[in-house]
Design a protein around this ligand. Structure first.
Ligand SMILES: Cc1cc2nc3c(=O)[nH]c(=O)nc-3n(C[C@H](O)[C@H](O)[C@H](O)COP(=O)(O)OP(=O)(O)OC[C@H]3O[C@@H](n4cnc5c(N)ncnc54)[C@H](O)[C@@H]3O)c2cc1C
Length: 427
């Protein structure tokens, strides 16, 4: 009889996983609390950028965070919330802002990203239809110090074929004439890609349907039934959905789900904002990362997308105009042509953040057939295909699981599991 897998969450991670499992010949059901095509998987910059693998918690982040926290339009904002899970998460993140954890995290993400761009090429060969650009990416900086930090963080990626070539300000302006006079230098990253994220979500959904995947929309999962350590079904919309394997891929809301499975995982929302400019005021040949502003500017087929900011707090997805204003102002420092008009077309998305900045991928400890695919922070689009490869191998088991074991180890959920009846420090 065909194995049946239930995936909770139809974001880019759940969809990529559903597609991979269906390609293996499994029966797959995807259950989502909303309709398809919403959330962070649609509202993001669409960069496929192994070169930006550095984990968010980095040495020096505390000082920057404290400086920025005083300004409501800064690239980073932490809501002063007394909620224990928020405080625990922020303390956990600060604990990982040290050179050793940063280096190890970067090394693990470098290995994970080894096949990223090849897997996107395979998507196309397999008939997936989505807007996919191979123009590389350019990072630009106002100061030599900022550029040096990124040079150091991108160097390890050379091992897997992703390079960042230093440019002077004039060389960067020759490539992108829209850049302003204050740009001191840049890093040109020829192997990076970008996609229209909404088209990727649509393309994956279509291919899943063609492979017989069943979708249940507007069906929040509210319970998981177990027989001993084996999950037997999920409860959604009052109905029970049995399966042999369960994958929790609920993005920033994965913590609630994993709690239903008895293992609370520390995934918290990191809210980002963006807007799409169709005025044609800024013409770019490739995506550009505005270093000190931490803003991405992405040319897509019919618009230029601006995205940025990281706001730690609750699950509210409303748009704060001050944050959009912050993106416009800081982008104009690099690209003087950015229009100053108010942005009624702004959007927000919740990134699934983890305290160590690494995704959580693999079997839930103490549960035989529940896997987690979440916590991809700023790299969910980039890492969706490789995450799906790992989950599919782990569902299969045997030789295939052994082949991915080394790469997958740093991302195992067990690093956050309770120890001797106590919650792990970050969870
Ligand atoms: C401004 C911004 C820019 C970004 N830029 C990039 C980029 O350039 N490149 C990149 O790689 N990444 C980028 N990211 C990060 C990326 O968007 C995320 O990492 C990724 O979308 C996470 O995907 P996901 O499938 O895990 O979560 P989501 O997209 O949040 O999907 C989770 C799904 O689970 C569903 N769900 C939640 N709870 C339940 C429940 N109880 N029952 C059923 N369903 C449930 C939700 O409805 C949702 O559809 C960016 C993010 C933001 C916000």
């Amino acid at each position: 009889m065909t194995d049946h897998a239930v995936i909770v969450g139809a974001g880019v991670i759940g969809l990529a996983t559903a597609y991979r499992l269906a390609r293996d010949g499994r029966a797959v059901t995807v259950v989502d609390a909303a309709r398809g095509g919403s959330g962070a998987s649609v509202h993001n910059a669409g960069w496929v950028v192994p070169i930006l693998s550095a984990p968010v918690p980095a040495p020096g982040m505390l000082g920057t965070a404290l400086r920025w926290m005083l300004r409501k339009d800064s690239p980073l904002y932490v809501h002063p919330s007394p909620r224990p899970e928020h405080v625990r998460f922020m303390v956990g993140m600060l604990r990982h802002c040290n050179p050793r954890d940063f280096r190890q995290g970067l090394e693990a993400l470098t290995s994970l990203n080894e096949r990223t761009v090849d897997l996107f090429d395979e998507y196309e060969k397999e008939g997936l239809r989505f807007e996919h650009h191979r123009d590389g990416a350019l990072m630009v900086f106002h100061t030599r110090e900022a550029m040096r930090t990124y040079e150091a963080a991108t160097a390890p990626l050379e091992r897997v074929g992703h390079t960042a070539a230093p440019l002077s300000g004039d060389e960067a302006r020759d490539l992108e004439p829209a850049l302003g006079a204050h740009v001191h230098g840049g890093l040109l990253c020829p192997r990076e890609r970008h996609v229209d994220p909404a088209s990727l979500v649509r393309g994956l959904t279509e291919r899943c349907r063609e492979l017989g995947v069943r979708f249940l929309w507007d069906s929040p999962v509210t319970g998981i039934r177990f027989r001993g350590t084996v999950a037997t079904s999920v409860i959604a919309g009052g109905e029970e959905f049995p399966a042999d394997h369960f994958v929790l891929a609920a993005g920033a809301r994965t913590s609630r789900l994993s709690r239903l499975a008895g293992v609370p995982l520390p995934v918290r929302p990191g809210k980002g904002y963006g807007f799409d400019d169709t005025s044609g005021a800024v013409a770019l040949r490739r995506p550009v990362y505005l270093g000190e502003a931490k803003v991405t500017v992405t040319p897509m087929s019919d618009r230029v997308r601006f995205a940025g900011t990281m706001e730690f707090g609750g699950f509210d997805e409303g748009v704060d105009p001050r944050r959009l204003g912050g993106i416009v102002r800081s982008a104009r420092d690099f690209l003087p042509g950015v229009p100053t008009t108010a942005r009624p077309d702004g959007w927000a998305g919740l990134r699934p953040m983890t305290p160590d900045g690494l995704p959580i991928v693999g079997p839930l400890p103490g549960r035989d057939n529940v896997l987690v695919a979440s916590g991809h922070c700023m790299l969910g689009v980039t890492l969706a295909p490789v995450t799906a490869e790992i989950i599919a191998a782990q569902v299969e088991g045997g030789r295939r699981a052994a082949d991915v074991a080394e790469t997958a180890r740093p991302f195992a959920p067990r690093r956050f599991a309770r120890r001797r009846g106590r919650t792990a420090p970050d969870a």
